[in-house]
Design a protein around this ligand. Structure first.
Ligand SMILES: Cc1cc2nc3c(=O)[nH]c(=O)nc-3n(C[C@H](O)[C@H](O)[C@H](O)COP(=O)(O)O)c2cc1C
Length: 193
């Protein structure tokens, strides 16, 4: 089989990718405690960029110091103090000709007390893919998480060359879908349900 377009450049909004090879976001667990970018994380992603990917989507970063963290060794974006490290990571990827996207997340029910030492929380009391029952979030907690997403996104965009995207893979498990809970929250004029 011939992949005639694979190595052709691709425009993704205002980014031009050198080819159509994308590295999916994958938790590496290589970062320092407290979510700080480590040299190991930088070296790991630089190797992937060096390998030729057009786009590297950096693994999910947790957005607050409450329950958004999913696993040990995970990257954080919960404070501006973490942004210089994330900027260095973006630079290390870009230096090898790849473009970098940052993924931001709230663990919701996709975590476990085995990893985090506390019960996962989610919009409805349903088990996640690891089988553990989540505690139902209060409306205030949901509002707080939404605000953290917005605030951290603004902060990253204002401070570095990295671009946050909401996580793609796990959000299905928390936002409405055929197998998903109802979210009872009102925000402005709209409603998620
Ligand atoms: C070790 C590991 C870590 C992962 N970490 C993330 C992550 O941080 N964010 C995410 O959205 N998906 C994550 N995923 C999901 C992958 O990005 C990918 O969507 C999944 O492996 C399915 O890919 P496939 O359809 O090519 O098999 C992870 C998967 C693995 C195996």
């Amino acid at each position: 089989m011939e992949f005639t377009h694979l190595m052709q450049p691709f425009r993704l909004k205002n980014m031009v990718l050198r080819n159509r090879i994308v590295m999916a976001p994958m938790l590496s667990r290589l970062c320092d405690p407290d979510g700080i970018v480590s040299q190991k994380v930088i070296d790991y992603y630089a190797e992937r960029a060096k390998g030729g990917a057009g786009l590297v989507i950096v693994e999910y970063c947790y957005i607050d110091t409450k329950e958004s963290k999913a696993n040990q060794g995970q990257l954080g974006v919960y404070s501006d103090q973490l942004l210089p490290g994330l900027g260095d990571l973006a630079e290390a990827i870009q230096e090898w000709g790849a473009r970098a996207i940052l993924q931001i997340c709230h663990a919701g029910r996709s975590t476990s007390s085995k990893y985090m030492g506390r019960q996962p929380i989610a919009p409805s009391p349903m088990p996640g893919y690891l089988g553990e029952m989540a505690r139902e979030m209060t409306s205030e907690e949901i509002e707080g998480a939404i605000e953290s997403f917005a605030e951290r996104t603004r902060s990253v965009l204002g401070n570095s060359s990295t671009k946050p995207i909401p996580e793609a893979d796990y959000k299905r498990q928390r936002l409405p879908g055929p197998d998903s809970p109802r979210v009872r929250v009102r925000r402005g004029g709209w409603r998620l349900s």
